[in-house]
Design a binder for this molecule. Sequence first.
Ligand SMILES: CC(C)(COP(=O)(O)OP(=O)(O)OC[C@H]1O[C@@H](n2cnc3c(N)ncnc32)[C@H](O)[C@@H]1OP(=O)(O)O)[C@@H](O)C(=O)NCCC(=O)NCCS
Length: 166
Amino acid sequence: MKVVYRSFRTDDLARIKEITVAAFDGVSIDRNIDDLLGPVASQSWQQRKARHIDADLSREGATILVAAVEQHVVGYVSTWIDRASGQGFIPNLAVDQQWRGTGIGRQLIDAALEHFRQQRVAQVRIETLEQNAVGQSLYPAMGFHEVARQIHYCMNLDGADRDATS
Ligand SMILES: CC(C)(COP(=O)(O)OP(=O)(O)OC[C@H]1O[C@@H](n2cnc3c(N)ncnc32)[C@H](O)[C@@H]1OP(=O)(O)O)[C@@H](O)C(=O)NCCC(=O)NCCS
């Protein structure tokens, strides 16, 4: 099956969010928060995670590249550019479960890197969670260097999280 890599169109957005919500189950900070502290926020982790795509698109020099099979979007990578620093960022990457393991994720990152080169970006940043085995394997394999690890904290203000254990 031929996979086509192209820039996203506005009518891809709903499908990109659908892939995002399915793909980040288990590898999302928002999902971790709901699991540990309960669904306290007024939106579910799925709604919050889907809105990350809107946030990605609102950034400077933003674009999303999609992988499509017979017009059907099966994966995407989001990008934005900090022109002042010359750094490119890859905030989100996901491939539909059915299409994983066939090289699409790697091709999407390659497409993002090519996009950044064309935009004269000097350095590219990407991040992953410690619980994400694929990210920790794929990104170094593609040439990224680990530069830092970060710990995320969250608390409920109504005291409902007092019994939560990490
Ligand atoms: C990350 C993701 C986009 C990769 O997509 P993919 O199309 O399956 O990627 P590829 O087929 O190009 O494979 C990528 C590499 O991951 C490796 N890989 C797959 N599953 C793995 C696992 N559980 N542990 C370690 N490596 C794994 C593959 O062997 C491959 O390595 P290679 O290219 O050196 O052979 C996909 O797994 C996904 O959508 N995951 C959920 C969302 C996510 O984690 N996004 C990234 C957030 S940082």
